[in-house]
Write a protein that binds this ligand. Structure first.
Ligand SMILES: Nc1ncnc2c1ncn2[C@@H]1O[C@H](COP(=O)(O)OP(=O)(O)OP(=O)(O)O)[C@@H](O)[C@H]1O
Length: 467
């Protein structure tokens, strides 16, 4: 039994009530070792931070950027030898060097452990470098972030102290994660990347912006607020990226986005990325970027590496069913989704009552607490995270191999993004859906819409399909 008998909820890690008392050092399982070479380090508000872009002057690797042996000076993470699916291996065979990127950027790419571009990177990097607007659709976990960060960094001049790129994302956690990618890829370029999201002190944000930034990663409301106040100057911001573009174009965000457009220069490039593009995106595209280059790498919609099952249960049997899953599955790390904040908290409490340690996260928690849970879960301090749809999009934690829909989602976009939290970068994963009588039509509809098969759960699941 790989899930093991958990540590008592009082022994380090959060208990279901999210009390601090975290002792990450006590993590005693192997999940964190897998893929954690991509660990993003400390996030904003966390005590430790390795995001300090102190610049190439203090960076010996940058000093050899012009040296012919520059590649040998790099320290990439340990090679990940796990099997990968065609979702990421089905490329044309390009190399990053083919794009004539500046040496410092190539150094950041290789040092991050990226050896070859993924299919979406091959398709979109050259087009974005050529200055075209892009509307790109590709599967979850196939490297869309680097597909827009690389051209954005290539076009950023660190000699010019002005915001040259703005990356909008729908959640604060995703902003932190994306800024970590900008900082890692731009490590040798001396790029100043700033995160600006709600839930943090506006005053501190204002102070930080006065120090200047080349790239800003933000949630729409906060950056609009700062632009309105004249703190954020977007007049030199020639590139706007909207990641999870369909979410950013939902009624909740679209008016803010349209207002933000007023602050951008008229000659700007817009890059839209997501795994899902409902009709709202088409209307936006027709209005604002009719000439956009369209990329669609989603002939088939679900990830090849993620096996999907359902278990037909009554509502009152769900916790028992989860307990059985915990005892039978080989979980590295799991995200368990519920459909409401209340249910997230209730389930987290139930799980700890069963004797398993778990974290929970949702949008009604204090931001510093959210940051801590995100940081600690990413670093493997706990194996199980109960979440609302806050973590449905974009969150990239390589060691998550199991996603459980404790509550089945209502629409296929949400389903696709949720199960895409496992099987990152072509790796294997498992998605298990607890289906009640009321969910049965949704299950059928989502299967049809995604053209995928969600099979009844067998009595035993071969670990080789998801570990
Ligand atoms: N060229 C590459 N080589 C190896 N790993 C890569 C490469 N590009 C990206 N990755 C890794 O793949 C993982 C998934 O990338 P990313 O988060 O950008 O996916 P995504 O397509 O944006 O997913 P989602 O749709 O879920 O947001 C990350 O851990 C990233 O570091």
């Amino acid at each position: 039994m790989h899930y093991g008998r958990p540590r008592s909820t009082h022994q380090g890690g959060y208990n279901a009530y999210g009390g601090p008392g975290v002792q990450p050092g006590r993590s005693n399982y192997g999940g964190a070792s897998m893929g954690m070479q991509h660990s993003a380090g400390g996030y904003q508000g966390m005590p430790s931070s390795n995001y300090n872009m102190s610049g190439s002057a203090s960076n010996p690797a940058a000093a050899v950027a012009n040296d012919d042996n520059w590649k040998e000076t790099l320290k990439p993470p340990q090679k990940d030898n796990r099997v990968k699916t065609k979702d990421v291996t089905g490329t044309k065979g390009n190399d990053f060097e083919d794009y004539f990127l500046k040496r410092e950027l190539l150094m950041g790419i290789f040092e991050k452990g990226y050896e070859k571009p993924s299919p979406i990177q091959e398709e979109s990097i050259p087009v974005a470098l050529a200055g075209k607007n892009v509307l790109a659709r590709a599967k979850n976990g196939t490297g869309k972030t680097a597909a827009f960060v690389i051209p954005l960094l290539e076009k950023t001049s660190t000699m010019k102290k002005a915001i040259q790129g703005l990356i909008l994302v729908p959640t604060r956690e995703l902003a932190l994660q994306t800024s970590a990618v900008v900082k890692e890829l731009g490590k040798h370029m001396n790029v100043d990347c700033m995160v600006s999201t709600g839930g943090t002190s506006l005053r501190e944000d204002i102070m930080r912006f006065y120090q200047g930034a080349h790239v800003v990663v933000a949630t729409p409301g906060r950056v609009l607020d700062l632009a309105n106040k004249g703190v954020v100057d977007l007049s030199n911001c020639n590139i706007l990226v909207m990641d999870e573009a369909d979410k950013l174009l939902s009624p909740e965000f679209q008016p803010v986005i349209e207002e933000l457009f007023r602050f951008l220069p008229s000659e700007r490039q817009i890059l839209l990325y997501s795994a899902t593009f409902p009709v709202t995106v088409k209307q936006f595209k027709d209005k604002y970027l009719p000439d956009a280059h369209e990329i669609n790498l989603m002939e088939e919609l679900t990830l090849q590496g993620v096996t999907q099952f359902y278990a037909f249960v009554e509502e009152r049997q769900k916790v028992h069913c989860l307990n059985t899953l915990f005892s039978k599955l080989q979980i590295n790390q799991a995200i368990i989704f519920c459909n409401s904040v209340t249910r997230v908290e209730l389930l987290a409490r139930k799980i700890t009552e069963l004797g398993y340690s778990c974290f929970f996260i949702h949008a009604r928690m204090m931001q510093n607490h959210r940051n801590r849970v995100f940081h600690d879960f990413r670093n493997g301090a706990c194996r199980c995270l109960v979440s609302s749809d806050l973590f449905t999009r974009g969150i990239d934690i390589q060691s998550v191999n199991v996603v459980i829909n404790f509550d089945f989602p209502k629409n296929s976009e949400t389903y696709l993004h949720r199960i895409g939290r496992s099987g990152r970068y072509g790796h294997l994963g498992l998605a298990i859906n607890l289906i009640t009588f009321e969910d049965r039509f949704n299950l059928y509809r989502i299967e049809q819409e995604l053209g995928t098969e969600i099979r009844p759960i067998p009595s035993s699941i071969d670990p080789s399909i998801y570990t």
